[in-house]
Design a protein around this ligand. Structure first.
Ligand SMILES: C[S@@+](CC[C@H](N)C(=O)[O-])C[C@H]1O[C@@H](n2cnc3c(N)ncnc32)[C@H](O)[C@@H]1O
Length: 537
C-alpha cells in the first residue's frame, strides 16, 4: 500500500484502450524495499540510509550525516522505496525551535547574506493519515512554528494548459507504469469501478494545482485538504520547479494542516460554489455561518470583497479620473482591507495590500511610511515563502530603492532648509507650525483631491516656500521626525496619509481574472498556484 493507505480500487493498467485509443503498456513491478531496513529515522535520512548501508543509525539520528555530493539519488527510486516501504513521518518528535525571521543583516546587504532555507527542526513536520469525512489529510507530526517550510514537492505529472481529457490521458499514458499506479492511488472523489479513463480525469480534477502555464500533480502536496481559514501557504517556484508549503501560524502537534483551494475574499456561498468541482462541502469555522464567529467572518469577507473590488477599480483609474470624480483616498480601502485580513487571520493575504500601501505612499512621496509597509510585506513573505524566495529578494530590492529615494529626498530637504535659513532666518519655525505640512494628519478625500486643486496648491506653495509638491520625481521628506537615516521599524498602527495614486513600479498587479487562484496576489507573489480546475483559467 502507498503512503495514502487508500486501497487502489481501480485496476491499474486496464485503462480502456478501445475508448481512449491509447495503448497501455505493462511494466515491471516496482522494486521491493530492503526487508531489514529499520525505520527509526526521519525523512531523507531514511531514504539515504536505505540506499547507503554504510551510514550508522547514530549518524542519521544526530544529524551528522553528510550527504555526499557525488551521491545523486534517483528520485524515482526514492519515491518507490519510500512508498513501498510504507514510510511516512510518524516518528517520535521533539518540540520546536525558533521561527525563521528577516535579520538586520539580510536587509543591510540587500539579501547577500541570505542562506538556503534550513528547517529549525530537521524532522519531518507532517504525517499523512485519515481525516474524518475528508479522506486522507496532512497533520502536524510535532509542534510546527510559524514560517516553517513544511514541504517541498516536485510535480510528477504535468499537463500544459489549456488541457482536455485527451491531453491529460496522453500524458498519463506516457508515465511509467509505477507512476501510473501512484497516480491511481490519489484521491478520487467519485471512483468508478471499471472505467479507469474517467477515474484518471476525476483524480486529475480533484488533485491538480495551477502552476502558471500548466496544471500539475504532486504526490504529497495533493494530500492537503482545504480550509477557508488555512494554516499553510503554498507557492510555486518556477525557477526550482517545485511547490513550497509554509506554515502561516504556529500549528500544535496533531492539528490538521490545510491550504485554501480558492479565493478568500468572497462569501460562503461563492466559496462553496467554487469548491463544487472538488465534490465536497466545506465545514470550516468560516463556513459555519449559523455560529457567531461564522457570521462575523461572513460580514468581514463581504466587506473585504467590496474593498478588494474598489482597490482594483482605483488601480485601473488615472489620477486625473480620481480627481474629477472626487473619489476617496485610494489608500483607505487598502488600510481597511489590511485590518480585516488581520481580524480574519488570513495571513497569506496580507502581502499584496502591504505592497499596495507601500506603492501608494511612495507615489505620494511619503517614503518613510512606504518603507514601513514594505517591511511588513517582507516579513509576511519570509513567513509564507521562505527567506530564499525570489519574491523576497525582489522585495529587498524594492526596499533598497525606497531607501535610496528617501535618502535623496532628505538630502534635498536639508539643502533647501539651509538655503532658506540663509535667506529668511526663522522660516523653519514657521514651517513646523504650518498645518499643511503634517504627513501624519488624515485629510478627507475632499481635502486630498478637491481642496488641493492646482491653483490652491500653487497658492500654498507661495505662502510656504518650503513645501514642494510631493511626487516621486520631486520628493519631499515627510517630516523632520523622519530624518534619522535609519530604516523605520514596522508599525502597524497607520493613520497617516493623504495619498494620490502613485506609479506602481511593477505595473498593475491586481487582476480581476476569473480564476480560483486566490485574490490579487497572483502576479506579485506568484505564479501563485491553486488547487483548482485549471480549465477555469
Ligand atoms: C487534493 S485532495 C485532498 C486530499 C484528499 N483528502 C486525499 O485523501 O488525498 C481534494 C479532495 O479532498 C477532499 N477534501 C478536501 N478538503 C476537504 C474538506 N474541507 N472537507 C471535506 N473534504 C475535503 C475532497 O474530496 C477533495 O476532492
Amino acid at each position: 500500500d502507498s503512503e495514502c493507505g487508500e486501497a487502489n480500487e481501480a485496476e491499474n493498467g486496464s485503462l480502456d484502450a478501445a475508448t481512449t485509443g491509447l495503448a497501455f503498456q505493462e511494466e515491471p513491478e516496482i522494486a521491493q524495499p530492503n526487508e531489514t531496513a529499520e525505520r527509526p529515522f526521519a525523512g531523507p535520512a531514511i531514504l539515504w540510509g536505505i540506499l547507503s548501508s554504510e551510514v550508522s543509525p547514530q549518524a542519521m539520528n544526530d544529524g551528522s550525516v553528510n550527504f555526499p555530493e557525488s551521491e545523486v539519488l534517483d528520485m524515482d527510486a526514492i519515491v518507490n522505496i519510500w512508498l513501498a516501504a510504507g514510510y511516512d513521518c510518524q516518528l517520535p518528535l521533539e518540540e520546536t525551535a525558533a521561527s525563521p525571521a528577516v535579520t538586520d543583516a539580510m536587509l543591510m546587504d540587500g539579501g547577500e547574506s541570505m542562506q538556503p532555507y534550513q528547517s529549525p527542526v530537521p524532522i519531518c513536520p507532517y504525517l499523512i493519515k485519515e481525516s474524518p469525512g475528508k479522506g486522507q489529510g496532512v497533520f502536524a507530526a510535532r509542534h510546527v512554528v510559524k514560517g516553517e517550510r513544511v514541504l517541498v514537492d516536485k510535480p510528477f505529472f504535468v499537463v500544459t494548459k489549456p488541457y482536455n481529457a485527451r491531453t491529460v490521458l496522453e500524458e498519463f499514458e506516457r508515465m511509467p507504469f509505477a507512476r501510473r499506479q501512484q497516480y491511481m492511488q490519489l484521491h478520487c472523489p467519485n471512483r468508478s469501478d471499471n472505467t479507469n479513463m474517467i477515474d484518471v480525469m476525476c483524480i486529475f480534477e480533484a488533485n491538480c494545482f495551477n502552476i502558471g502555464s500548466a496544471a500539475a500533480m504532486f504526490l504529497t502536496a495533493t494530500r492537503f485538504n482545504h480550509s477557508c481559514l488555512p494554516n499553510i501557504y503554498y507557492s510555486w517556484s518556477e525557477k526550482r520547479d517545485e511547490i513550497v508549503l509554509h506554515s502561516m501560524t504556529d500549528i500544535p502537534k496533531g492539528e490538521e494542516m490545510t491550504i485554501c483551494y480558492g479565493r478568500a475574499f468572497c462569501t460562503r456561498d461563492q466559496r462553496q460554489s467554487e469548491l463544487r468541482i472538488y465534490n465536497f462541502y466545506c465545514g470550516c469555522p468560516a463556513c459555519q455561518t449559523e455560529t457567531a464567529s461564522g457570521k462575523a467572518s461572513e460580514s468581514r469577507r463581504l466587506v473585504m470583497k467590496a474593498l478588494n473590488d474598489q482597490i482594483i477599480m482605483f488601480q485601473s483609474m488615472l489620477n486625473e479620473a480620481l480627481l474629477v470624480y472626487g473619489l476617496q483616498d485610494p489608500l483607505m480601502p487598502v488600510l481597511q482591507l489590511i485590518e480585516l485580513i488581520k481580524e480574519e487571520k488570513l495571513h497569506g493575504e496580507l502581502m499584496t495590500p502591504y505592497r499596495d500601501a507601500a506603492d501608494y505612499l511612495r507615489g505620494r512621496g511619503n517614503f518613510e511610511e512606504a518603507l514601513t509597509f514594505a517591511h511588513l510585506e517582507l516579513e509576511e513573505e519570509v513567513v509564507c515563502l521562505g527567506n530564499d524566495s525570489d519574491v523576497v529578494y525582489k522585495t529587498i530590492e524594492y526596499i533598497e530603492g525606497l531607501e535610496q529615494v528617501f535618502e535623496k529626498a532628505k538630502g534635498a530637504e536639508m539643502q533647501e532648509c539651509e538655503e532658506t535659513e540663509e535667506l529668511e532666518p526663522g522660516a523653519l519655525d514657521d514651517r513646523d507650525n504650518d498645518p499643511t505640512d503634517s504627513d501624519a494628519e488624515i485629510q478627507s478625500p475632499e481635502q486630498t483631491h478637491g481642496a488641493t486643486a492646482p491653483e490652491e496648491q500653487k497658492q500654498k506653495q507661495k505662502q510656504n516656500p518650503l513645501q514642494k509638491q510631493k511626487s516621486p520625481e520631486n520628493p519631499t521628506p515627510t517630516s523632520k521626525r523622519s530624518q534619522s537615516g535609519r530604516i523605520p521599524k514596522p508599525n502597524t498602527s497607520h493613520t497617516a496619509a493623504t495619498v494620490e495614486l502613485g506609479k506602481n513600479p511593477e505595473g498593475t498587479r491586481r487582476t480581476n481574472a476569473k480564476t480560483p487562484v486566490s485574490t490579487r496576489a497572483a502576479s506579485t507573489h506568484g505564479p501563485r498556484v491553486s488547487v483548482s480546475s485549471a480549465r477555469n483559467e
